[in-house]
Design a protein around this ligand. Structure first.
Ligand code: PEP
Ligand code: MN
Length: 334
């Protein structure tokens, strides 16, 4: 059960609500976010919901049978959207495009990609400075200095930044230079990181774990929301299966399932989802048809020379064509 509290609920009123919750043998967790105050109550006993609904200080009360609560659509049927400022909105009637290299490499690379994004009306640039790599000897990113450079070029050009945070200690130093924190597939169940991202007021995109179920992704999102941050979006980026013909199995079903189960925006990552450059654009288009609120893909001036993931990275020509197709598709599916 989710109890939405009135914004101006007094401590005394709240204590009374908590006492009533306790009397029906439910365990309450208090949640306070940018947008509201909630009591998430877990219990089994049947009771008359009017017992709670009639209490002073209660704005609304909802029964939510899912294992995740605040991210469920069972209490919030209308979809959420996230405002990044300057007219950049994710969710709602938008089909957002986020594009950029796998890794931020140098100023020249960022500048060229920013120019490409502006030419194609893309408002959000991706790019990792802390890179989770399978081999410790692979390029692991430029770190915080790279982020500062990335951010300063993007800010000058009105482009928002999404970049991956790998550990709790990085949040503070990255904070002022980031518009959306990305939680990578490998950290999808790093609960300490999720808790800490719940304590900040910056949007978070959380990716599905490589072997994570949809339910696990939603529960991970619940960590962030319940720690206080509602500015959340989910990302399908493919899962590891027995198939070896491509990097990951992009789970197109997940998009529709997520749109049904959660009010959070759903973003598709076809680059990591399929892992082969020739297939990326079609999977991106398929995701939009399947109901994604946006796509995030990798682009580089010369993918063959990219420091990481060149094999799944579009060049400018391919990216431009994809943007045109997405634009055309938007009119059909939105
Ligand atoms: C990335 O987006 O660069 C990345 C590492 O993705 P994932 O976490 O999905 O592997
Ligand atoms: Mn990558």
């Amino acid at each position: 059960m989710i109890i939405q509290l009135e914004k101006k609920v007094s401590d005394q009123q709240k204590q009374h609500i908590l006492d009533v919750v306790k009397s029906i043998h439910y365990k309450a967790t208090e949640v306070s976010t940018q947008f509201g105050k909630y009591l998430v109550c877990i219990g089994k006993q049947d009771f008359d919901i009017r017992l709670i609904g009639s209490l002073t200080g209660v704005r609304d009360v909802h029964r939510v049978s899912d294992s995740y609560k605040l991210v469920s659509r069972k209490w919030k049927v209308n979809y959420s959207s996230i405002d990044l400022g300057d007219g950049v909105i994710i969710g709602g009637d938008e089909l957002s495009v986020m594009a950029g290299p796998c890794s931020i490499e140098n100023e020249d690379q960022v500048q060229k990609i920013v120019t490409h994004l502006k030419e194609n009306n893309i408002r959000i640039m991706r790019g990792g400075v802390f890179k989770p790599r399978s081999s410790p000897y692979a390029f692991r990113g430029l770190g915080i200095d790279g982020l500062k450079m990335f951010s300063s070029i993007c800010r000058e050009n009105g482009i928002k930044i999404i970049t991956e945070v790998m550990q709790v200690s990085q949040i503070r130093e990255m904070h002022d230079y980031v518009d959306v924190f990305q939680v990578g597939a490998r950290n999808s169940q790093n609960f300490n990181l999720l808790d800490s991202l719940g304590e900040i007021d910056k949007p978070v995109l959380i990716k599905r774990g490589m072997s994570g179920t949809i339910d696990e992704l939603l529960q991970s999102a619940e960590y962030i929301f319940s720690a206080g941050n509602e500015k959340l979006m989910l990302c399908e980026r493919g899962i590891r299966t027995f198939e070896t013909a491509y990097r990951n199995t992009f789970d197109i079903n997940a998009i529709q399932v997520l749109k049904d189960k959660t009010h959070l925006p759903v973003i598709a990552d076809p680059s990591h989802g399929v892992g082969i450059r020739d297939y990326v654009s079609k999977i991106a288009l398929a995701s939009a048809v399947a109901g994604a609120d946006g796509v995030i893909y990798e682009v580089h001036e010369v993918p063959e020379e990219a420091a990481s993931d060149g094999q799944q990275t579009l060049n400018f020509e391919e990216s431009k064509f994809l943007c045109k197709q997405l634009e055309a598709l938007k009119k059909l599916v939105l």
